[in-house]
Structures are given as structure tokens and as C-alpha cells.
Design a binder for this molecule. Structure first.
Ligand SMILES: *Cc1c(COP(=O)(O)O)cnc(C)c1O
Length: 429
């Protein structure tokens, strides 16, 4: 598409956008009596207007039914997670049995590693991306130590080549093949939080399996952002949070995926709790753990109805929007338009003031663009916020803009470019 850097053009794109009405389903934070241009869905998605009603329904159930709510009412709490599973599956390309909402992301990563990181003397190494989100680094280091290995030796981090910001797939797959004899697991982000790079998850999974390793993904920045095919790609396991692109609210419920090929493995080690016990006989309260088949078998504590209700509200919006295909179509155009307006700003000031480090190929990025700003990047970021454009800041010099197709408009993008230009001109004077 030929873009134009004009308000009329942005408005025209909005008029043609089949998802434009979804913006009205969200609440925008305000500053000085004006809503923010919110480009931070990569960090915390906005509140759906429907969240309060869906939450209130469960508060009413609690009020009216109290303990009977577990088995009575429209959505008995005992089975409430099944309502969510149906809607979660299409978002990540899984079967409903393969996903389950539970806990929070890093907790789930630990629980899944208990099952899937089974190192021995020979095969104990883990390959991950350098500069992974710190929680993942800490989780993996502590898991490796828990098994008696030294993280410095057991964890191999793949870094970009000198002068580059993102990873080349061939460097990842080569490292996997080179370490094949000692490799127990490949654990990658789906999309790197800092660079916005979407890794070739299918190629990584294939390479990991060829090396006899388990392959897992942290999909914090990928779930609800890019189309995923976890089942078809044969990914062994994955976990993600739902408060970023999936708008479930701060501290929202986490989620897991376990490929059905692992369901038959009765000997799989896990940290069990009563909610992972076979559902039909759970309340016999008997000795001896028997896992519920499927991802549900990884549940530990009883269903978190209240955070699940908030996630449910958002999942209903995803369903209404037609899940990932229409969202991704808009997202690609939004992000391409953002890249274009940033380029226009650079052209207008005759300098590479803003350098987008996120890859440009459609299959290597999601909604987010990570931008290195020359000069006093923090001051530019602060000015953006002062002027009602809310992206987010990552040390040392990166501004992340994560336009979300459910609630961002092309006009948002146009105004962001216009503001960047004004700020750069003001700084130059
Ligand atoms: C956001 C994010 C987390 C956050 O973990 P929580 O356990 O939800 O606090 C972890 N990993 C990655 C890659 C993230 O982007």
C-alpha cells in the first residue's frame, strides 16, 4: 500500500478499517482531560468496558450462591476454565485440551520446566536468546541450579552478530545443531520484548527436535499479537501472560500450552495439586495423584475465578473480532504505517533520528516497533508522554510503540509521527 503522511489519509484508513468500532469497547486513560494515544498494549492492554459487568456477574454469584457457586449458577466455577479454553485455543493455534488458564507466567514456566526440563549428566544444556526478559533468565538459572548444574555452563545464550540488533534464524538453528549431544531444552521467547523480533518458532522447534531436545516458548509478547500454530508446529510446551495484548488486567491470569503428544506420558514429573487431579473423582479426596488428562492436569490450586472473569471479558472481544486473522491483517498495516511515519520524520529533519530495530519482514515482527532515539532519548520519551502519547521506555535508549489492532487507529499513528517531528524540530532549535 502507498502510504501518505496526512491526517486525511489516516482518517481514510480508519474509515476502511473493519475493526474500527472495537475501539469503543475499551477505556482509555486520560491526561489533562484528553485520552492518551495509548501505544502500550505490549505492556498492559486497556480495560474492556465489558470487564466490569463480567466481573460483577461472578461477584453476584459469590454473593448469591457463596460456596454453591462451585457447582451452581450459569457458569459454575468448577468448570469455568472450560469456557475460557474454547476461546483461548484459536488465539494460539491449539486444541482446547492443550491450553489452560492458571497462575501467572513465571510460575507456569517453573511448573512446566519441572515436567519438561529433565537433565541428565549428558544432556542438560538449555539454549535461549541473549537478552531474554529478566524473569525468564532468573527462572532458567534457578532451574538449572536446582538440578545441580552451573548456569554459566549449562545455559547457552544466542546473541545478535556484532552491529546487529536481532537474531538470525540460521545462527539459532546452528547453535542448536552444534550442541546437540548436550542439549536438553530450547526455551525461547516467541517475540523478544526488547527488539520486537518474532522468532521463526517453527524452524526453532524443528531444529530442537532434530537435536533430541524439548522445545518450549514464552509467548508473553506473542499470544494475542501474532498468529500462532502451536499444535501444528509441534511445540512441546508454552506459557504466556494475558495482560499484554490480551487485556486481562494487571496481574491477570497466566496460561499454558502442552502438546497433546505428551498427554499419554503417565510418568511425567510434575508438581501436583488437587486441581490437577482427575476432575470426575476430585472430590473423593483420595490418596494417590491421578492427573486430569490434558493441560488441565498441570493445575495446582483451585480455579482463580475473579482474574479469569476479567480475561473472559477480553476473550469475548477477540471472538467477536474473529480472532487472529482480521486482527493480524490490521496490525500489519498499523505497524507498517508507524514505520512509514517514523521514516517521514527522519526524512523531514534530514537525520536518522529514530532507528527502528524491529525487523521489517512480516514474519519477523508483531505489533511492536522498538525505536532507538538519538540524543537524549529519555527526554524525547518524557515529552511524548507529556503530550499524551504513551509508549514505553526501555533502558538505555529504546522507545517501544505497540499499537494494538483492537483499539488503536491510524489517526493515532499519524499524530504520533506529527508529535515526533515537532519534538525533533524543537530539540534542533
Ligand atoms: C511480561 C513478561 C513476563 C512477566 O512475567 P510475570 O510472571 O507475568 O510477571 C515474563 N516473561 C516475558 C518474556 C515477558 O514479556
Amino acid at each position: 500500500m502507498e502510504f501518505q503522511n496526512s491526517l486525511n489519509f489516516a482518517k481514510e484508513l480508519d474509515a476502511q478499517d473493519p475493526l474500527r468500532s472495537f475501539r469503543d469497547e475499551f477505556l482509555f486513560p486520560q491526561q489533562n482531560g484528553k485520552p492518551f494515544i495509548y501505544l502500550c498494549g505490549n505492556s498492559l492492554g486497556l480495560q474492556p468496558k465489558s470487564a466490569r459487568a463480567v466481573l460483577n456477574k461472578q461477584l453476584d454469584n459469590w454473593q448469591d450462591l457463596a460456596v454453591e457457586g462451585w457447582f451452581e449458577g450459569e457458569t459454575p466455577w468448577m468448570y469455568y476454565h472450560k469456557e475460557l479454553k474454547k476461546l483461548m485455543a484459536p488465539i494460539v493455534g491449539a486444541r482446547a485440551e492443550e491450553v489452560c488458564p492458571m497462575n501467572t507466567l513465571t510460575v507456569n514456566l517453573h511448573l512446566l520446566m519441572v515436567s519438561f526440563y529433565r537433565p541428565d549428566e549428558k544432556k542438560y544444556k538449555i539454549i535461549m536468546e541473549a537478552g531474554a526478559f529478566p524473569s525468564d533468565q532468573y527462572a532458567l538459572e534457578s532451574q538449572v541450579r536446582f538440578h545441580g548444574f552451573d548456569p554459566a555452563e549449562a545455559i547457552i545464550e544466542i546473541a545478535p552478530r556484532a552491529g546487529e540488533y536481532t537474531l538470525r534464524t540460521e545462527d539459532i538453528t546452528r547453535a542448536i545443531a552444534d550442541n546437540k549431544d548436550e542439549l536438553a531444552m530450547v526455551l525461547f521467547g516467541g517475540i523478544n520484548y526488547f527488539s520486537g523480533q518474532w522468532f521463526d518458532m517453527e524452524a526453532i522447534t524443528r531444529a530442537g527436535h532434530a537435536a533430541g531436545a524439548i522445545v518450549g516458548f514464552d509467548l508473553a509478547h506473542a499470544a494475542g499479537n501474532v498468529p500462532l500454530q502451536l499444535h501444528d508446529w509441534q511445540v512441546d510446551f508454552a506459557c504466556w501472560c494475558t495482560y499484554k495484548y490480551q487485556n486481562s488486567g494487571p496481574g491477570g491470569i497466566g496460561a499454558i500450552f502442552v502438546h497433546e503428544k505428551h498427554f499419554g506420558d503417565q510418568d511425567m514429573s510434575r508438581f501436583a495439586g488437587w486441581w490437577g487431579y482427575q476432575e470426575s473423582i476430585r472430590f473423593k479426596m483420595e490418596k494417590g495423584f491421578i492427573a486430569e488428562p490434558g493441560a488441565d492436569g498441570w493445575q495446582v490450586s483451585c480455579t482463580q475465578v475473579i482474574p479469569m472473569a476479567l480475561y473472559h471479558a477480553s476473550l469475548q472481544i477477540f471472538e467477536k473480532a474473529g480472532f487472529m486473522e482480521p486482527l493480524r491483517r490490521k496490525s500489519l498495516t498499523l505497524t507498517a504505517y508507524l514505520r512509514y511515519v517514523i521514516r517521514e520524520v527522519n526524512l523531514a529533519i534530514g537525520d536518522e533520528q529514530y532507528q527502528v530495530i524491529t525487523p521489517e519482514n512480516d514474519d519477523a515482527h508483531g505489533a511492536q516497533l522498538s525505536v532507538i532515539a538519538k540524543g537524549d532519548a529519555k527526554a524525547i520519551f518524557n515529552k511524548l508522554v507529556e503530550n499524551n502519547v504513551l509508549g514505553d521506555w526501555r533502558e538505555p535508549n529504546v522507545i517501544r510503540f505497540g499499537p494494538a489492532p483492537l483499539y488503536n487507529s491510524f489517526e493515532d499513528i499519524y499524530h504520533t509521527g506529527e508529535l515526533l517531528l515537532q519534538l525533533s524540530k524543537a530539540a534542533a532549535i
